[in-house]
Design a protein around this ligand. Sequence first.
Ligand SMILES: Cc1cc2nc3c(=O)[nH]c(=O)nc-3n(C[C@H](O)[C@H](O)[C@H](O)COP(=O)(O)OP(=O)(O)OC[C@H]3O[C@@H](n4cnc5c(N)ncnc54)[C@H](O)[C@@H]3O)c2cc1C
Length: 323
Amino acid sequence: MCGTDQKLIWNGGGKLVEKDFYSELSNIVSTEQIKKDELLARHTTFRIGGPADYFVTVTNAQEAAEVLKLCSDRKVPYFVIGNGSNLLVSDKGYRGVIIKFTEKLCSVWIEEQPGYLAARAGAGAALAQFAREVARQKGAGFEFAAGIPGSVGGAVYMNAGAYGGEIKDSLTRVRVMDRSGNIMEKEAAELELSYRSSRLSAKGWYVLEAEFQFEMGKADEILQKIEELSRRRSLKQPLEYPSAGSTFKRPEGSFAGKLIMEAGLAGLRVGGAQISTKHCGFIVNTGRASACDVMRLMHQVQKAVREKFEIDLEPEIRLLGEI
Ligand SMILES: Cc1cc2nc3c(=O)[nH]c(=O)nc-3n(C[C@H](O)[C@H](O)[C@H](O)COP(=O)(O)OP(=O)(O)OC[C@H]3O[C@@H](n4cnc5c(N)ncnc54)[C@H](O)[C@@H]3O)c2cc1C
């Protein structure tokens, strides 16, 4: 344990012992799609995280629904992962099943309609590539998304945003499945998207596909804006180090990075984790950071900012496993 009081997404203990579980799983997906004791550091942009008991890739909605139903029926903990770009995973890993969407669940469809551009993407699709494709097909207003290294599903879950834009602005509908594997269509409004937050988890829904509408613009101007935002990002953000993006949410009326800098914490280290000197809103992995290092550093930052400014910084990154 790191000795912190952060809430965990799942805080189970002990090794998965269900003997029949593997064979039931392999009745749904091929054995190549099931990895045992897969190191989650390979699946997070922080490059941190111990092994998951099972790491299962699902290629279509049917498989996704059946795996989810099996886990629910067998009471085996599970977690749907996107691109792992907003996650801090325990050094002890995850006792349960990590589910990752691939193949058909990564497809993208884009179609010009009278007066607007309609676009649909599988939850596993890379948000940045999707945003560039939208731009090439003259969809405007999604430029902010081209620099966010998440999946479409993770971006909807987080209501990802940057430079004044967010997913909420253009999302119209989603195809979701619930914990029993039922697949449903929902209006975007039902997700109650707000700043880096959605009601997906509260409702027990997982995104399979997301539909967007964009105003039409000029492809060259839109692509130029993407390049400009990308230049701004690489100038201001420590993209040369593994991280999970902004560590803390923006507190009302201020910026987490500014408060952390003004508290004199730039460059502060715990083990291999460091407050970036380029952008104090980021904790970076300088090489061999553990999840414990990151948690301890987050804790020190929260304490210092609370003492200096009486502001509580809320983590933006999601914690997974027993940290
Ligand atoms: C260098 C860097 C820059 C970043 N810049 C930004 C930025 O500008 N703006 C911003 O908002 N974020 C930013 N991020 C954070 C991150 O990229 C976003 O939060 C992104 O939306 C997370 O998507 P993901 O697929 O990686 O999700 P993950 O990190 O894999 O998961 C995040 C959460 O989403 C849930 N989730 C994933 N897929 C699904 C699904 N299909 N259905 C339901 N829930 C799902 C997971 O269960 C988890 O709770 C940045 C990160 C990095 C590393």
